[in-house]
Design a protein around this ligand. Structure first.
Ligand SMILES: Nc1ncnc2c1ncn2[C@@H]1O[C@H](COP(=O)(O)OP(=O)(O)OP(=O)(O)O)[C@@H](O)[C@H]1O
Ligand SMILES: [Mg+2]
Length: 273
């Protein structure tokens, strides 16, 4: 479960996030002001909206990679708005847009997975026993990409789609309760994007994860998620789920976006990129 209460996040005009500690009296720009969102356990939410709407900032605030100026962040029953990022990483799994970002290219597939599957502070000198290796190989085989035969190859040898699938597997192996995906299929070709998208749905079900998925792909947003939350200028401007969502097509989302922006002339491109 994720619950954001009156969340406030801003950045100094110089570029840095404004933390609780003094950063000087520079101008600050508030990106999220009294932002509220509650996602029940097991629900997948597609977070959509225009460029600069604040979608990534919401994810960064939850993960602890930007500090909050006010409000509360509950992950499960625990309020963790003040916890450091590494501590939140025990609960939060993340996959970003760049397939190179989530894995260590100069390490083998097996070593990447072995590190990811260990909870708590990670010890680099960690012998992968044959039992662990077999278990990980089974999980890799489940990806359906034939990577189980390449476990001792460096990750840098993999394609973007293979690497992103591996990143997703690594994220769930750490047994998070919350999964934050920021345009994680955007850099992939359509076939690989479909594959990673299917994998995402499977993992979310299999591990009962609560997921926030940022995307500009409206078709995927509708088909992947239980609920669509649309943001604009730091605010939630639409929130649909259930039958209402199931009845919607991409054109309906675009129309909703135009209406929410209060302009017939709002660029569809803003939503769809
Ligand atoms: N580290 C930062 N320093 C300064 N400003 C930032 C920082 N991160 C985000 N912002 C600003 O916050 C606003 C929201 O950005 P954010 O990245 O959350 O948008 P987004 O909805 O993810 O957009 P996109 O669809 O383009 O990824 C933008 O105006 C952006 O410039
Ligand atoms: Mg973003």
């Amino acid at each position: 479960m994720i619950r954001l209460e009156n969340l406030r996040v801003g950045f100094s005009q110089g570029g840095g996030a404004q933390g609780g500690s003094a950063q000087g009296a520079g101008e600050e720009r508030i990106v999220l002001n009294d932002f509220n969102l509650s996602v029940p356990k097991g629900q997948t939410v597609s977070l959509i909206g225009s460029n600069g709407a604040g979608k990534s900032t919401v994810l960064n605030a939850i993960a602890g990679s930007v500090p909050i100026l006010g409000g509360a962040i509950f992950l499960g029953e625990r309020e963790c708005g003040g916890d450091p990022e590494w501590m939140r990483a025990l609960t939060v799994g993340r996959v970003r847009q760049n397939p190179l970002a989530g894995t260590a290219g100069e390490m083998t597939i097996l070593d990447n997975l072995a590190l990811a599957s260990r909870k708590g502070p990670r010890r680099l000198r960690f012998a992968v026993t044959s039992r662990i290796a077999r278990n990980l190989a089974d999980k890799v085989a489940d990806l359906g990409m034939g990577l189980e035969n390449r476990l001792r190859e460096n990750v840098s040898k993999l394609s973007g789609g293979q690497r992103q699938a591996l990143t997703l597997l690594m994220a769930v192996l750490a047994e998070p309760s919350v999964l934050l995906l920021d345009e994680h299929t955007a850099a992939l070709d359509p076939a690989n994007a479909d594959l990673v998208s299917e994998l995402t749905k499977r993992f979310v079900r299999q591990y009962s994860l609560t997921a926030l998925v940022v995307t500009h792909d409206m078709g995927r947003a509708l088909s992947e998620a239980d609920r669509i939350v649309m943001m604009h200028a730091g605010e939630v401007v639409a929130d649909v789920e259930g039958e209402e969502k199931d009845r919607m097509a991409v054109a309906d989302l675009v129309a909703l976006f135009r209406k929410a922006r209060g302009s017939e002339y709002a660029e569809d491109r803003d939503l769809l990129r």
